[in-house]
Design a protein around this ligand. Structure first.
Ligand code: NAP
Length: 473
């Protein structure tokens, strides 16, 4: 199967193609186009030409297109889930859940398209402002470049393409090289839904070479990026005056206070640590448990983790599968081994079986170890103890990242303290940090990024605020 580029509402053959394989069994999935320099420039030109049509399109039409896309996803949910499962090695259960969320994300985008509005401005609140009627409107930016990661190949594309189209922009989408099929599928749906040609273009190829062209081109007004902090920083530093939003990585933490019902929360915490083999930007990586319940917590956590089934992502009962590359197996093993050499206690896992990194639980990890302070992005979690609550807050904040953090406690004062003191984009009280619904504001502080997604908030980032002032006297 050959997958050409999608430029100007048509398939475009590329000069060269790269083989795409299933990360679990290395089964051949297709030949994926590699965009040349000219292809990328053509995609930008098509998006530039479609700008006027999109800016002129009434809100209800943009909303209807987004609703149709949600409808196609609903009708072909199983096919979409299988695409994700194969190209990302995402267990089918999780892939289906991702498609469900993608449907919700496009549905919210349709709702937002209908309610993009400004506000009146009380000009007479300042001396000299009287005798004026003023209001703001929100206008589309124009051409937006969206660069997306492999781990949620449909829903994270939706978090960029959904609000961009809702706001009347055009898009050049560069999906991750490992997960292009989901992106091409979405382009097909938008085409079917009647999106003007050129309003959504999909180009595949090396992130570095495509990215450099997108960053340099003056016609692109914004880059919306989700991916690793290293690439995010590179983009921020090389995009000149373009608007840039960055959704980056994390080493998310959870605090478990004493006097909570462990039995109730453990299954949820295990799922937050190991779902999609820990390759979620808000996977639980660090757990800080009150010393009074530490031993009981570790024991029950291990029992629950042992119930997980590793295997083929296409099997119905698989909970976790292969990491995105074989190289990630070795990297993860090296980090775990290093932590153990330096005093961490290996409680479970730590090795690779049938190409799958086994769910791994470490205890009492020195916090300067890579498995604690870097983003592991693999099924590895560490459980450390704390004595005083303030100490737990300090442990969580002692990180270069700050995406989301969670806390389980029955003490309202501690909950409020956590809300105030945790240095993250979102504090989840009596919930795991991995919790997300698609309309909430979502994004990080520190090296976890800048800007917010969640359709309404992304629409704000993807529009320009314009003031109109009428002199009435
Ligand atoms: P990645 O390696 O940074 O790649 C992300 C995207 O950037 C891919 O499309 C990639 O293309 C492209 N890219 C690579 N180098 C580039 C460059 N120099 N210039 C422009 N684009 C470039 O990240 P990943 O491994 O796919 O995803 C995992 C990371 O994403 C983790 O750090 C995770 O935490 C983060 N993430 C964050 C969120 C969030 O919302 N905060 C959500 C999901 C994931 P190629 O594939 O062709 O290299």
């Amino acid at each position: 199967m050959k997958k050409p580029l999608w430029i100007g509402g048509e398939n475009r053959n590329a000069l060269s193609y790269a083989e795409l394989k299933n990360p679990y069994n290395l089964e051949y999935l297709g030949d994926i186009a590699i965009a040349s320099h000219e292809d990328v420039l053509d995609a930008i030109s098509e998006a530039e030409q479609a700008k006027a049509a999109m800016a002129a399109m009434p809100a209800f039409e943009r909303a209807e297109i987004l609703e149709k896309v949600a409808g196609y996803l609903k009708a072909e949910k199983e096919e979409c889930a299988r695409i994700i499962a194969k190209e990302a090695a995402k267990p089918l259960k999780a892939a289906r859940a991702e498609v469900d969320r993608t449907i919700i994300t496009y549905t919210f985008a349709a709702h937002e398209a209908r309610r993009i509005h400004g506000e009146t401005v009380p000009m007479d609140a300042a001396p000299g402002g009287q005798g004026r009627l003023a209001f703001t409107i929100r206008e589309p930016l124009g051409v937006i470049a969206a660069i997306t990661p492999f781990n949620f190949p449909m829903n994270l594309v939706a978090h960029k393409v959904g609000p961009a189209i809702a706001a009347g922009n055009t898009v050049v989408l560069k999906p991750a090289s490992q997960t292009p099929l989901s992106a091409y599928k979405i382009a097909e749906y938008f085409h079917r839904a009647g999106l003007p040609k050129g309003a959504l273009n999909v180009i595949t190829g090396s992130g570095r070479s495509v990215g450099d062209i997108l960053m340099k081109d003056e016609r692109i007004k914004m880059i919306t990026f989700t991916g690793s902090p290293e690439v995010g920083k590179y983009i921020r530093e090389n995009s000149g005056l373009k608007r840039v939003t960055l959704e980056l990585g994390s080493n998310s933490a959870l605090i478990v206070d004493d006097a909570i019902s462990i039995e109730k929360v453990i299954p949820k915490i295990v799922s937050g640590a190991f779902a999609y083999q820990g390759q979620v930007c808000i996977s639980i990586q660090r757990i800080f448990v009150h010393e009074n319940i530490f031993d009981r917590f570790v024991e029950q956590f291990i029992n629950e983790t042992q119930k997980l089934k590793a295997g083929d992502p296409l099997e119905e009962d698989t909970d976790l599968s292969a990491l995105i590359t074989r190289g990630d197996n070795q990297r993860t093993k090296d980090w775990v081994d290093e932590a153990v050499r330096n005093g961490a206690v290996l409680k479970l896992g730590g090795g690779i079986k049938d190409g799958i990194f086994q769910p791994t639980v470490l205890a009492d990890v020195p916090l300067m170890e890579k498995v604690s302070c870097e983003e592991v992005f693999a099924p590895v979690v560490h459980i450390n103890r704390f004595n005083h609550f303030d100490e737990a807050i300090e442990f969580v904040n002692d990180s270069k990242y700050g995406l989301q953090a969670g806390i389980f406690t029955n003490d309202i004062h501690k909950a409020l303290q956590a809300a105030k003191k945790l240095e993250v984009g979102g504090v989840m009280i009596n919930e795991i940090p991995t919790f997300r619904v698609d309309q909430m504001p979502y994004g990080g502080v520190k090296m976890s990024g800048m800007g917010r997604e969640g359709i309404k908030y992304a629409v704000e980032e993807m529009t320009e605020l314009k003031l109109i002032s009428f002199k009435t006297e």
